[in-house]
Design a protein around this ligand. Sequence first.
Ligand code: PLP
Length: 374
Amino acid sequence: MASLPFISVNEPILDGNEKKYLAECIDTGWISSEGPFVKQFEQSFAARVGRNFGISVSNGTAALDAAIEAIGIKTGDEVILPAFTIISCVGQIVRVGALPVLVDSDPITWNMDVAQIESRITNRTKAIMVVHTYGLPVDIDPVLDIARRHGLKIIEDAAEVHGQTYKRKPCGSFGDISTFSFYSNKLITTGEGGMIVTDDSSLAETCRSLRNLCFLPHKRFVHERLGWNLRMNNLQAALGVAQLERLDELVARKRRMGRRYTELLNGLSGVQLPLARTETAENIYWVYGLVLDDAMGFDAEEAMRRLTTKGIGTRPFFCPMHWQPVLKSMGFFADEHYPAAERLYRQGFYIPSGMAITDDQMNRVAEAVIEVLR
Ligand SMILES: *Cc1c(COP(=O)(O)O)cnc(C)c1O
């Protein structure tokens, strides 16, 4: 086994028009954010998600930062979000002096348990951030209903669900403002990159301004608001246009990967596999996660260590927000517990799930997983 090449946790596929469009950037000299692929990518991506506006940015974290700023989250406000997510979701909430309010996970779908949202609403709550996790959409209809009844905004983090739908409507079409990442392990990638989508022209305008240092259109070096430089460049957008052309094919590849892993691992005791479908969606397996039973006798960290020695790359699941040292040291979440999220972190990890994974590699991964867990 040791002589076989290491199987990395992610490898993208870039064999469509990526090279051709990149060469166009170089041949024409358009490499900055002023290049034509940027607008093309924004328009075609927004259209694909069924939104009026797309604002490209430098990464998915930047997209969330700008979205939170644009919808006007301020000091003293509260934003409800899942405990089980990436730190990108809370960064800007905390920086503006607002309070992240956490909701535990559904142990089966690994998404936020929407039944717990309403009890977390106070008169300071301004928004609910939904995060579609690992390829299955959040059950969003009840969340939209809660938001409507309480006058709350929805921020939708769709970084893990390009091409996914909920009741046949595209993920990314549900938030007042919705965000995507195009990091290299996402379903489509620009290396680094992100996108904000919305139907609200004034939110779109604010995001465009925030992305570009809030330069005033008519007084360039005069600023009435502090923004950031979050611009995506033409090289990244060229990759994005090429990747978006084949989104359906890429989603189909991921689904095939997920089904194959499930066939290979089905019946293995002591481990929970990703849900193939809910009533509202078929899994697109952004990553193929495994959650060990508590009775296994070892945790995810130990399983990952053993798999590494067999030449298999892995990644841990998210560490829940209430366990983040940086947030605890700021006084957040003292004595709060979210048992489902804690368990996912302790017992969960994912195996190689990149776009370029081959059947042979999946066979090797599954064999190693079976050996380690037996
Ligand atoms: C990847 C990811 C992000 C962050 O995107 P970056 O482009 O890496 O900054 C945010 N939210 C979720 C749910 C993600 O998976």
